[in-house]
Design a protein around this ligand. Sequence first.
Ligand code: AHM
Ligand code: MG
Length: 346
Amino acid sequence: MSPNSASPVSLTRHLLEEQRAGRINADLRLLIEVVARACKSISIAVGKGALGGVLGDAGSAGEASINIQGEAQKKLDVLSNEILMEANAWGGHLAGLASEEMDHSVPISDAQPRGNYLLLFDPLDGSSNIDVNISVGTIFSVLRCPDGVGQPGDEHYLQPGTDQVAAGYCTYGPSTMLVLTIGHGTHAFTLDREIGSFVLTQRGMTIPEDTKEFAVNMSNQRFWEAPMQAYVGDLLAGREGPRGKDFNMRWVASMVADVHRILTRGGIFSYPLDSKCAAKGGKLRLMYEANPMAFLVEQAGGAASTGRQRMLEVQPTGLHQRVPVFLGSRAEVEAAVKYHAEHDAG
Ligand code: AHM
Ligand code: MG
């Protein structure tokens, strides 16, 4: 009996339909299934909160553990990284993995079957929010391993975002949602906790072109570059200012939660260059934060930029490279880019 078209569409069925339509191959489909399964495990760990003994900083003997980014790791950062690593190491679809929490990428060992894809992830983004029970999430990006490369090194991951074959995030909020693109629209799946599977709840997410909502950490205002000062100054001027409308502001400090809101109802998310992070190139990481989000946002009709260049066209120079980020409603991202262009043109 063929399933009723009105019956819930699981992630598995959706991916199989994409495969039958020739938009994805079996390896990539199974790789996404493995990532989704790992996200379910992370969701369970996050959901236990204090009862699971997983809150607080990682480390031992009073010494916080510090990752490659120089940031203190939370227990759940480490646990989420382990879950994703363990789930993906033996799947047979990957040639290697790279994570925000690891200095270097890891090739799949000779003892395991090896596939043709590279997986990059931020296992638990926004983890400063864990201890206060605010939404956090996993972000991931999938690239092809270059032909003829058996043991990929960091340099093989340095592909522009346009080369991504899949990207997504899982948000661990009031409900757990997986938002995914394979380059044919952006689709949202909600975890049905009773049956343990992701169910398609929004096909073809579309970001409204215009918005009256912006997301930025305003406490950094005095550290921003001149064009960002001018741009946000005009947003704040509201109806009486040059933009001619009043804007609302939201900042969760959890990129997954902020981007999910923007994918759902529009807005612009920005983490611009500021004098505190200028030497590093920005705050957010290109390869496993900005690029997957940019892919999802573009596939939903939005735009993503560094302020000076389309995000997906940035040629990466390092696995943990940082970039300024502007993404969301197309017209608003274009407005922010215009402030930068006019400033740079003098
Ligand atoms: P993380 O990967 O260490 O969690 O940092 C990334 C997070 C983003 O989720 C969020 O947008 C940003 O950092 C918040 O930064 P700030 O605390 O400066 O507002
Ligand atoms: Mg992060």
